[in-house]
Design a binder for this molecule. Structure first.
Ligand SMILES: Cc1cc2nc3c(=O)[nH]c(=O)nc-3n(C[C@H](O)[C@H](O)[C@H](O)COP(=O)(O)OP(=O)(O)OC[C@H]3O[C@@H](n4cnc5c(N)ncnc54)[C@H](O)[C@@H]3O)c2cc1C
Length: 414
């Protein structure tokens, strides 16, 4: 009998691993604790809005090559939409100013020298100061390497790094910030086009992945929570679900669960243990004509506004300060800002709304947490780890999760 690969967890890391293995003709079974796949990247029907929404708005950039490769494999590359160039409209709620950052396509950052393209109130030499962040000392925080103040920081670096790290940038890992900058702004506008799943994360990343796996004979079992790993000195020999499943001698296991779950299953595993929240607010209202698909907001509670055909959605990162704010008050504050930026006019009458607070949206991208991220290999010869929290070199993102799953699959298949 041939070997079987057991993938535990059907988030993007687990799905990416299963897809790679099934593509290579391996026998794969996926075990997912929840009743649906997608983990932190999923769509669902929301009763308050009576519409399908995502657990959170997810922004990708055109330089996310693993995410785009994953979508091509499952035939869903056309499910992400975005502008032809890296144009980012911004609004400043304090001053009322509006501008569009236009990052030029090529690697040479000539947009920095063009006052119409760069951030208003900044000079070309301000950008040079941040070049230090491209290759920073390994254990430093962003605030140790660059000044976290001034117009360029307030209007671009701060919002960009907060969104990417989901952690207040001054305390965030400079190494992770550097990786983000090298792969985005440092790679030129062609790598920075913003992309969103206009018809939802489920329709882009999850449903086509499940179809692909089904067509390749992969079973995805739902309601299958792994409770224990049966380990000998150097191998996993059994999987403890509600019932216990013995593994064949050549079977392999990829554990693609969140860090807290992995740490409970794998003895002596060092893994990130601090997390940061993300708050999303959704309003069922058609955006006024001409509303930008994504707009950055500074000097407000709101950080990014996403316009979908039938709703306006807001993302606030590193949002631990908001997790205990009464929902009603939060919705009102956010709606006032959204109505102002989109020029809807009536800032007091709320359309149907929903607030989604993910308390453990991502691990905290702090230097100390970065040091705790393990690689894919473990002390057990048939067990590998995957997930956005493993040592991908990137913050917790779709791109990192997919890369981790693909790496675990490549190692496990060797
Ligand atoms: C609100 C929000 C907004 C975000 N915005 C962005 C963004 O704009 N851009 C971006 O790139 N990234 C964003 N992210 C991050 C991105 O969603 C994650 O990095 C990615 O989805 C993580 O995938 P994963 O497979 O590593 O983990 P998970 O999605 O957590 O998957 C783990 C899976 O394991 C399952 N599981 C847990 N325990 C067990 C068990 N014992 N047995 C079996 N299965 C188990 C879980 O149910 C889950 O399905 C955001 C995240 C959130 C929450």
């Amino acid at each position: 009998m041939g070997r079987t690969f057991h993938v535990i967890g059907a988030g993007l890391a687990g799905l990416a691993a299963a897809i790679r293995l099934s593509e290579a003709g391996e026998a794969v079974v996926v075990h997912e604790a929840a009743g649906q796949a997608g983990g932190r990247c999923r769509s669902y029907h929301d009763p308050a809005l009576d519409m399908e929404i995502d657990n959170g708005n997810h922004l990708l950039l055109s330089g996310n090559h693993a995410a785009l490769g994953y979508l091509r494999t499952i035939g869903a590359a056309d499910r992400l939409v975005g502008p032809a160039h890296a144009d980012f409209p911004f609004a400043d709620l304090e001053s009322g100013e509006r501008w569009t950052l236009r990052i030029s396509d090529g690697r040479l950052p000539w947009w920095v020298f063009d006052s119409v393209r760069r951030v208003p109130g900044t000079r070309a030499r301000d950008y040079l100061g941040y070049a230090r962040l491209l290759w920073p000392p390994r254990d430093a925080a962003v605030g140790d390497v660059v000044a976290c103040a001034g117009p360029l920081y307030d209007r671009l670096l701060g919002p960009l790094l907060l969104a990417a790290l989901n952690t207040a940038p001054p305390e965030g890992s400079a190494a992770l910030a550097g990786a983000v900058l090298r792969e985005t702004i440092g790679a030129g506008g062609r790598a920075c086009r913003p992309l969103v799943a206009r018809d939802g994360l489920g329709a882009a990343f999850i449903a086509p992945a499940l179809d692909y796996l089904g067509a390749h004979g992969v079973t995805v079992g739902f309601g299958r929570r792994l409770r224990s790993l049966e380990l000998t000195g150097h191998k996993v020999v059994g999987l403890g679900f509600e019932e216990s499943a013995r593994l064949q001698p050549d079977d392999r296991v990829i554990l693609a669960v969140p860090p807290v779950v992995a740490a409970a299953l794998v003895p002596d595993l060092t893994a990130p243990s601090q997390f940061r929240a993300i708050v999303n607010a959704h309003f069922r209202v058609a955006p006024p004509p001409g509303t930008a698909p994504i707009c950055g907001v500074v000097n407000g509670t709101v950080e990014w506004i996403f316009a979908f055909p039938d709703r306006l959605s807001v993302t606030i990162s590193g949002a631990d300060r908001l997790v205990d704010t009464p929902r009603d008050a939060l919705a009102r504050t956010i709606w006032r800002e959204v109505a102002t930026v989109t020029q809807i006019g009536d800032t007091e009458t709320l359309p149907p709304w929903q607030i989604v607070r993910e308390r453990r949206a991502t691990f905290a991208a702090l230097p100390a947490e970065e040091r705790k991220r393990p690689g894919a290999r473990t002390a057990w010869s048939n067990l590998w780890l995957a997930g956005d929290w493993t040592a991908t070199g990137l913050p917790a993102t779709i791109e990192g999760a997919i890369r981790s799953g693909e790496r675990a699959a490549a190692l496990a298949a060797q």
